[in-house]
Design a binder for this molecule. Structure first.
Ligand code: ADP
Length: 518
């Protein structure tokens, strides 16, 4: 019969070897807890435990020996691992389980238990050896990891659902807008097309979705310049803005389409997709053309009789005898002034239509820039006693340009400065040379222009909303000025604060942009 005395394991009836004490010491030195149970005694009691087991369990050897291992589970009995152990004891098998155990002080620890049977010569199981390791830290890490993973998965699920909602929201907008829209992948294959696109181009979804953009219809979008622009969208995020395509489209005939393309951005995140918006501007362009034609014809038609009237008035002024009454003469002079004003308005309208048709002609000569500006201001000062013009600086430049057109620009800026500053009297004109340019600035302390309106004042027929009723005008003066300055390779711009005043400035290259000298 095997016995265990004074912490030493003796095999009764068999010879004790000298090595036995050494073996016991070796077991005590192990960092794994080791127990041995006696299978031949009732309830399989523990007959040996090493020091590490005492450390792990918190019990002393005296409290361990003679007990069945189940005391380690305290009340936590319903563990699947316990069934595994009892099956393995019953069947004389070895097993490895992870089981919740409790230290003497009640703290839970996870025990990785390896149990194996010891058999005698006849094959009968005499003992079980249990090797135990405290894997609480590992278990906790595993559990934390699992919790983290669950949390992440939950978050990913929530985020995916949110994105799906936003995408559904987005696609419902895409379907509703009255503009043709295509979503393209990075290779320019069509991922989706909205109803408006299908209706406009009289095509089906099957003919469109999954096809390459450049193969659609009769290859209408296969344009080298457009291709180049589209290729830049994803890598540089530069959109395609207002690209016009005039083409004979299948089913719908000759049309003018306006293309805008952007990289798709969803909730601040860029996706590798392109949204291509296509607008049919054929009718709009036709209406604009008719309006321009009308303007051109009307101003031409008005100009002819007006020139005749002007001629007759001049003749009348010459014919009036000195005896004629003052009243008659001043009335005639007034008629002449108003006819001249009408003539100027019609001349402006004619300018607009010439600019539109690209027929504006420049008659360039060399002239003294400062003298031209000075004389224009002087003439304006005589006819405008309500305001005071102060000229500062000089350019001392000889400019090559169309003098009468540039006088027109300065007159326009000065008369605007007067018109839009009814409460303030001072208008400053500043001349300077900046590098190979001359610069002119006209400053008033009048109404000023809001930042949004500043962007539009150089557009044709634009007038700031709140001045429309108070001040007469057609909204074409600045448009003409801008075009004239552009034709001279210069720039015209405005700086202004609403309610404080405005400064309109332009630059012109000295030498008409052909030379960089004087
Ligand atoms: P018009 O004066 O005939 O309306 P313009 O093309 O000269 O046409 O000017 C366009 C618009 O810009 C004006 O209607 C006015 O609203 C605004 N604007 C132009 N100059 C000034 C200025 N000096 N101060 C404030 N607003 C101005």
């Amino acid at each position: 019969m095997n016995t265990f005395k004074n912490g030493k394991f003796n095999l009764s009836g068999e010879s004790l070897t000298d090595n036995f004490e050494l073996l016991t010491k070796a077991l005590d030195a192990s960092i794994s807890g080791i127990i041995i149970t006696d299978n031949n005694q009732p309830d399989n009691p523990i007959v040996y435990c090493n020091k590490a087991f005492e450390l792990i369990s918190g019990y002393q050897r005296s409290e361990i020996i003679g007990h069945n291992c189940r005391f380690l589970q305290k009340d936590d009995r319903a563990q699947a691992a316990r069934q595994e152990i009892s099956d393995c004891v019953k069947n004389g098998m070895e097993c490895r389980v992870e089981i919740r155990n409790y230290r003497k002080n009640g703290d839970l620890f996870w025990n990785e238990l390896y149990m194996s049977p010891v058999k005698d010569k006849s094959g009968q199981i005499t003992h079980f050896i249990g090797v135990q390791n405290d894997i609480t830290t590992r278990k906790k890490a595993e559990q934390d990891l699992r919790q983290q993973k669950d949390l992440m998965e939950k978050k990913i699920d929530e985020r995916t659902a949110e994105l799906r909602d936003s995408e559904a929201f987005l696609s419902s907008i895409i379907q509703t807008v009255r503009e043709s829209l295509l979503v393209l992948d990075p290779q320019f294959n069509v991922l989706s097309a909205n109803d408006h696109f299908l209706k406009t181009f009289k095509v089906t979804a099957e003919e469109t979705v999954g096809k390459h953009l450049y193969e659609l219809g009769n290859h209408q979008w296969d344009i080298p310049q457009l291709k180049e622009l589209l290729m830049k969208i994803l890598p540089t995020n530069n959109p395609v803005v207002d690209f016009e395509v005039e083409h004979d489209f299948p089913h719908i005939g000759r049309k003018l389409m306006l293309l805008n393309a952007y990289r798709v951005e969803l909730e601040g995140q860029y996706k590798d997709q392109i949204l291509l918006a296509i607008e049919d501007i054929t009718d709009r362009r036709e209406i604009e053309r008719r309006k321009d034609d009308f303007l051109s014809i009307a101003s031409h038609e008005l100009k002819t009789p007006l020139t005749t009237i002007k001629g007759y008035i001049q003749a009348l002024q010459r014919m009036v005898s000195t005896e004629a009454g003052d009243r008659f003469r001043t009335t005639l002079d007034k008629v002449a002034v108003y006819v001249e004003r009408l003539n100027n308005l019609i001349a402006e309208l004619l300018d607009v239509s010439r600019i539109q048709s690209g027929n504006i002609e420049l008659h360039k000569t060399f002239f003294n820039f400062d003298a031209m500006v000075g004389e224009t201001i002087d003439a304006m000062q005589i006819s405008t006693p309500s305001h005071h013009f102060a000229l500062k600086g000089s350019t001392k430049a000889l400019i090559e340009g169309d003098e009468s057109h540039l006088i027109q620009v300065i007159n326009n800026l000065l008369s605007n400065a007067v018109k839009y500053s009814p409460e303030s009297k001072e208008i400053f004109i500043h001349l300077s040379r900046v590098s190979e340019y001359v610069k002119v600035s006209v400053t008033d302390y009048g109404l000023g222009i809001s930042p949004e309106d500043q962007k539009k004042v150089f557009e044709r027929f634009f007038r700031v909303g709140d001045v429309q009723e108070r001040f007469p005008g057609m909204g074409i003066g600045l448009y003409i000025c801008d075009q004239i300055i552009k034709n001279h390779k210069g720039t015209l711009w405005v700086e202004s604060n609403k309610g404080e005043g405005s400064t309109f400035s332009f630059t012109l290259p000295i030498g008409g942009g052909n030379t960089n000298g004087n």
